[in-house]
Design a binder for this molecule. Structure first.
Ligand SMILES: *Cc1c(COP(=O)(O)O)cnc(C)c1O
Length: 398
């Protein structure tokens, strides 16, 4: 069936909660996508930072197919090998001590929040603790994760959300300090803000927050859902800053295409927070998704993906910087590694749509930022191909 007919049928049944683009994707190969009409697209979005290895990787696909034939689900009442292997790997590459697998990023945030609250509850002997979150942050769409998301229009219709959240200004240590009370149990932030507009934490800021947490026995929760798993040029972005969180969240590229997230904790936190009965999930970390996590981390290491990102990101930055220099309405570039944004003074939605028409998939962020989250396996020629298409699009907007 043609795209137009499929889309009409879709809108008859799908709850219209997304304004989807008029594209029906059919398959992917390498870093390209194809729609049902056979049109090719260069993918610089990777399904919002999920498809780290692009599409159709044989090693990844074979690992999942093998697991599908063996066992896809057991529940968390029993052990299974994929979870044991995935847990060992994700703890090893992160340097964290314990992991809990979830079905999504938002659920990883929920788990992180509950862990921090329980830690403070056991320490103080009472509940009612507070969390400091950042303005322009994004942590998900569930009620708990929305409570720490600093974008007012996402929150407004759903108030009241979880109590006790105070918002500070990202990269402003004094504003964080001013919000600490004797009830603060955690400070939560993305190491690199994604959705909010591609703002990397400044080194002094993140180090200062770590110091404040140590001084006040506050847990530092770093959300690595978007910036983690190699995208920054390190396996996890905080590893570039020389600070370590007490709790870390992961999702998106964690399973490189299956719905899986995780929150990880240090032993200090694991030994004094959640115990059996406090938390759970039916699907979380089932054999299928854990086989994907296990394979993903194995491939990230054997193919040296973070190193590849680190070495090629200066070229991506150079190409984007030259676009900033060429177009008046492209104001600046921000980001780190393969998580980059161009700040526009023209409507970013128009550019995203025109790029898609021209065969380039890109994203927006923060209202006026054109966001690039390519698969981590792109090569120099793909960056050149992206720049060629983007220039054609931007030339039309002059
Ligand atoms: C995408 C994202 C989330 C939410 O993840 P979901 O899987 O969509 O629930 C949370 N935090 C950050 C930083 C994200 O980019």
């Amino acid at each position: 069936m043609k795209s137009v007919d499929l889309i009409q049928g879709a809108e008859e049944n799908l709850f219209h909660v997304y304004n989807r683009f008029s594209v029906v994707f059919d398959k992917g190969e390498g870093v390209h996508l194809y729609d049902v009409d056979g049109k090719q697209y260069l993918d610089f979005a990777s399904g919002i930072g999920v498809m780290a290895f692009g599409y159709g990787d044989k090693e990844y696909g074979d690992a999942l197919k093998t697991q599908i034939d063996k066992l896809t689900h057991t529940s968390n009442l029993y052990y299974h090998e994929p979870m044991i292997m995935a847990a060992e790997k994700v703890c090893r590459v992160s340097g964290m001590d314990k992991v809990f697998f979830t079905n999504s990023g938002a659920e990883a945030i929920e788990g992180a929040i509950k862990t921090a609250k329980k830690y403070a509850y056991l320490r103080d002997g009472f509940a009612g603790h507070e969390i400091i979150a950042m303005e322009h942050s994004f942590h998900g769409r569930t009620v708990g994760s929305l409570s720490v998301t600093g974008t007012e229009h996402y929150r407004e219709p759903f108030l009241p959300l979880m109590e006790g959240v105070r918002f500070a200004t990202f990269n402003d240590l004094d504003s964080v300090k001013a919000r600490i009370t004797d009830k603060t149990c955690a400070i939560i932030m993305e190491t690199i803000q994604g959705e909010g507009g591609l703002y990397p934490a400044e080194p002094d800021f993140i180090k200062g927050v770590r110091r404040l947490c140590d001084e006040h026995d506050i847990l530092l929760i770093l959300d690595e859902i978007q910036c983690g798993m190699g995208r920054s040029g390190a396996m996890f972005a905080w590893q570039k800053y020389g600070v370590k969180p007490d709790i870390m969240t992961s999702a998106k590229a964690l399973g490189a295409g299956v719905p899986v997230g995780a929150f990880l904790v240090t032993d200090k936190v694991a030994d004094a927070s959640l115990v059996p009965g406090d938390h759970g999930t039916t699907y979380g970390g089932n054999p299928l998704v854990c086989a994907a996590v296990d394979k993903t981390i194995q491939m990230m290491e054997s193919r040296r993906i973070p190193e590849h990102v680190e070495s090629l990101s200066s070229y991506l930055e150079e190409v984007l910087d030259s676009i900033v220099a060429e177009y008046d309405f492209v104001e600046s570039r921000r980001g780190m590694g393969f998580m980059q944004g161009l700040v526009l003074t023209i409507p970013v939605g128009d550019v995203v749509k025109k790029a898609l028409d021209a065969g380039l998939v890109v994203l927006s962020a923060g209202g006026n930022v054109l966001r690039f989250l390519p698969p981590l396996v792109i090569e120099k020629n793909h960056i050149d191909e992206m720049a060629t298409i983007l220039r054609q699009v931007l030339d039309q907007m002059k």
